[in-house]
Design a protein around this ligand. Sequence first.
Ligand code: GRF
Length: 187
Amino acid sequence: MKRLSVFVSGGGTNLQRIAEYFAENPEVEIANVICNNPNAYAIERAKNLGIPCKIISRAEFKSEDFSKELLDQNIDLIVLAGFLWLVPQHLIEAFPNKIINIHPALLPKYGGKGFYGEHVHEAVVAAKEEYSGITIHYVNECYDSGAIIFQAKVALEEGETADSLAAKIHKLEYQHYPEVIEELLKK
Ligand code: GRF
């Protein structure tokens, strides 16, 4: 049995999709959800999915005890799905190449501090980019700069808005994130 820990800060649609994808797979389970935002709808989703959810404070997150807790729970892969805090060094060291993130653009463009949520899509549309897409990457101590595992792209159309682009990107995320996770768990 492979055990995932999914970190969230917001709506949690990727969490939902990942949970549904693995629901039929007896070899993979989401052991827990970690959420830094007490108002996130993702908490409700975790409850409905029957997954234990921990709401974490900044102090707890920064403490090495948190790494120990996840190690004790035999987590195989930490999956960031719309999680907005920078991951502390102790966690990166405790889970080398076992923390991944999904970013809603084609990194290295439109990444780094401040490039999250609609800000990413607004910048891509304003720059009249021909393409945007998703990047799944390993997490290191800087935002959006770990080694890239997978990218998929989508063309911007005439009259594309940040909202219409966000919808396209979400579709790509739902399509690819669970499959990439599944592949990584085989390694
Ligand atoms: C996704 O677009 C993901 O790429 C980004 O945050 C968003 C999370 O959406 N990192 P949701 O909370 O899964 O709906």
